[in-house]
Design a protein around this ligand. Structure first.
Ligand SMILES: NC(=O)c1ccc[n+]([C@@H]2O[C@H](COP(=O)([O-])OP(=O)(O)OC[C@H]3O[C@@H](n4cnc5c(N)ncnc54)[C@H](OP(=O)(O)O)[C@@H]3O)[C@@H](O)[C@H]2O)c1
Length: 314
């Protein structure tokens, strides 16, 4: 399978921007669809990349962008929805996937890489996030039929510079000496963004991955408490981490989901009821300790320089 032209949805995000670069480096022409082109001008330095502003929820606009494409990558996903309960997740995960598959079929696209999540399951997922991700994944594979070759990717939580995991806890740990933590025993196998991108890039033209649902985990398993403790140690901060009992964790989520930016919601709480670890699937190679201190301490070094600058009035 040789595929030259690839269109990415969500190609501006944490995973997507790296995958865009990796596919470009592999010699592909890439078209990245975004809601705000101005925010992602950095991608324009890639000579074979175009960044196009597009309402991807509009089926006709989507089909116009898929003309001439050999492959489509759908990385769009949300952790928190807006609107009445469930409708936001359905809109972004299920309805968008249906439009992506239909437009791909209409435009003669041959290959679809679909980003899902570990333990996404339409029937038994513990949260709306996991159920709608599961529904979208099923839909991508069943609706595609013979003409569109689909592979889906099911990562545990993903780490790397700019992630929403270690960076988020690092920011919170800087705010207060005590951290109340819901679901402290929830387990994760954080997988490095570079490994996720390499698997997706290599799968694109690999016929053996067609029809497969690939679980992606890293080699280390941490509880949530261990992730926070590790982050505090790496930053050199002494902090008291207080694991909340279930009822208080749920109450914390019920309160924080009304805070702007929704730092933690009841649906996030429900997702954490399932350990995000792989079964027998061999892990991806990159260890947390080989990457995370590099970007967490870089940030604290930057903060240190800023404080010296302020002290010197410069
Ligand atoms: N990060 C993780 O730990 C993790 C773990 C498991 C699975 N995943 C899945 O991996 C995928 C990528 O994750 P990520 O961390 O790279 O996400 P991200 O940084 O938030 O990027 C998601 C991208 O999707 C687009 N997007 C978001 N909401 C949208 C909406 N309502 N309509 C249209 N476009 C929208 C955004 O593009 P524009 O703003 O440019 O339009 C954004 O660049 C997601 O499907 C996520 O569920 C991530």
């Amino acid at each position: 399978m040789h595929l030259s032209n690839v269109c990415l949805l969500g190609g501006t995000g944490f995973v997507g921007s790296r995958l865009t670069g990796a596919l470009h480096d592999a010699g592909k022409r890439v078209r990245v669809l975004t809601r705000r082109r101005e925010r992602h001008r950095a991608l324009l330095v890639l000579p074979r990349a175009e960044v196009v502003e597009c309402d991807i929820h509009n089926a006709e606009a989507l089909a116009a962008q898929f003309q001439g494409m050999d492959a489509v990558v759908n990385l769009v996903g949300i952790l928190n929805e807006s609107g009445p309960r469930g409708t936001g997740f359905r809109h972004v995960h299920v309805e968008l996937t249906s439009k992506v598959v239909q437009a791909s079929l209409d435009c003669g696209v041959r290959r679809l890489l679909h980003m899902s999540a570990l333990h996404a399951d339409a029937a038994s997922g513990r949260s709306l996030y996991l159920r709608t991700k599961g529904e979208a994944e099923n839909l991508a594979h069943t609706f595609a039929g013979e003409r569109l070759a689909v592979t889906s990717f099911r990562p545990s939580v993903i780490f790397g510079p700019g992630d929403g995991l270690f960076n988020r806890f690092a920011a919170l740990l800087k705010l207060a000496p005590i951290m109340p933590l819901a679901c402290p025993d929830a387990r994760f196998a954080p997988v490095y963004v570079g490994d996720v991108v390499a698997v997706m890039r290599d799968a694109l033209e690999n016929e053996a991955t067609v029809g497969r649902h690939l679980d992606l985990c890293g080699p280390d398993v941490f509880t949530l408490r261990e992730i926070v403790e590790y982050t505090a140690r790496t930053l050199g901060k002494r902090r008291l981490i207080v694991g909340l009992p279930d009822w208080l964790g749920r109450l914390q989520a019920a309160v924080l989901e009304h805070v702007p930016g929704k730092p933690f919601t009841r649906d996030n709480y429900d997702s954490l009821q399932t350990d995000s670890v792989c079964g027998d699937t061999p892990p991806q190679p990159t260890r947390v300790a080989s990457i995370v201190p590099g970007y967490l301490t870089q940030r604290s070094r930057d903060a240190l320089y800023q404080s010296w600058r302020r002290a010197a009035n410069r």
